[in-house]
Design a protein around this ligand. Structure first.
Ligand SMILES: C[S@@+](CC[C@H](N)C(=O)[O-])C[C@H]1O[C@@H](n2cnc3c(N)ncnc32)[C@H](O)[C@@H]1O
Length: 285
């Protein structure tokens, strides 16, 4: 059912008009590439109401001003967190890590052993469990990987999740999904019931903030890119731009892994050959 024309009451009396929703939707599209249909209005309304109540903001227009005010950066990243999810886990969509182990890493490890450079990127990595999974697979195949020029990069638009990723400390139960053959020695965490990814895996991964809808700042190319469950938030033209930018950032023969409900489309599709479920190889010809 369409909810256009309705004013959604927030649970503390603040109302989100259609105009307010449109303003947020436009802002989120311009700054984060997010596609927000009117069906998202109740969700936006309920999530924002809690935030506004906490900050004692009574009018929605005042909140919009804050998004362009002196604390714009942290306000914007908080808004993005409200509108998207940071859900992730170790070995999520495990078939991708089988491909990593069986098809992607063997030639890359051989190249590294001859002095070559290997780069893998986890784009939209949330709190870091995806790049640490890549590091765990690499470590299981090459325990002395620190001797070689192999690096894993994890990026996300949200500086809060990147801070957690760098700390590498998670609730103990988060590690339960790590398959036996990849189980790594955990370090004690500083918080109750938590543990930390060990240093030998942490040292393989570097993190940074990066907005995927802006031009990428990299000079070199990547041998594999994981961008899973991120583009799902983007509208189709934005998805196509991002796929194209990944294709240009991959080596010839480089792999792209995307999320289970995402599909390759647009100009990149002619070069990105499907080689498995949501798995593509760059074949620029
Ligand atoms: C659901 S998590 C996916 C985490 C991981 N890739 C996985 O599949 O487990 C989506 C992440 O995408 C990030 N994100 C959303 N829009 C983004 C953008 N424009 N640029 C970079 N990251 C973005 C969010 O901050 C969030 O951490």
């Amino acid at each position: 059912m369409s909810i256009a024309g309705r004013v959604e009451p927030m649970d503390d009396g603040i109302t989100l008009s259609d105009q307010d929703f449109d303003a947020i939707a436009q802002f989120a599209h311009k700054h984060f590439g997010l596609a927000m249909s009117p069906s998202k209005k109740p969700l936006v309304s309920s999530r924002l109401s809690r935030k506004l109540r906490k900050q004692n903001i009574r009018a929605f227009g005042d909140y919009l001003k804050q998004l362009n005010g002196p604390n714009a950066e942290s306000e914007r990243s908080e808004l993005l967190s409200l509108l998207t999810t940071n859900v992730t886990q170790f070995f999520r969509e495990p078939h991708h890590f089988e491909t990593l182990r069986n098809d992607v890493l063997p030639p890359l490890i051989a190249r590294a052993k001859k002095g070559g450079r290997v780069r893998i990127w986890s784009a939209g990595c949330s709190i870091g469990q995806e790049p640490y999974t890549i590091a765990a697979v690499l470590h299981s195949m090459l325990p002395d990987s620190e001797k070689y020029d192999i690096k894993i990069l994890g990026t996300d638009i949200d500086p809060v999740v990147i801070k957690t990723a760098e700390e590498a400390q998670y609730p103990i139960e988060n590690f339960e999904g790590v398959p036996k053959e990849y189980k790594f020695q955990l370090e004690a965490g500083s918080k109750p019931d938590s543990a930390r990814v060990p240093k030998n895996l942490r040292s393989k991964v570097t993190f940074g903030t990066l907005n995927l809808i802006q031009p990428f700042p990299f000079k070199g190319k990547f041998d594999a890119i994981f961008c899973r469950n991120v583009a799902i938030y983007f509208d189709n033209p934005t998805q196509q731009k991002v796929w194209h930018a990944f294709q240009k950032s991959l080596t010839s023969g480089g792999y792209l892994f995307i999320g289970h409900s995402e599909r390759m489309s647009g100009p990149a599709a002619q070069y990105m050959k499907t080689v498995g479920i949501t798995t593509y190889v760059n074949t620029p010809g």
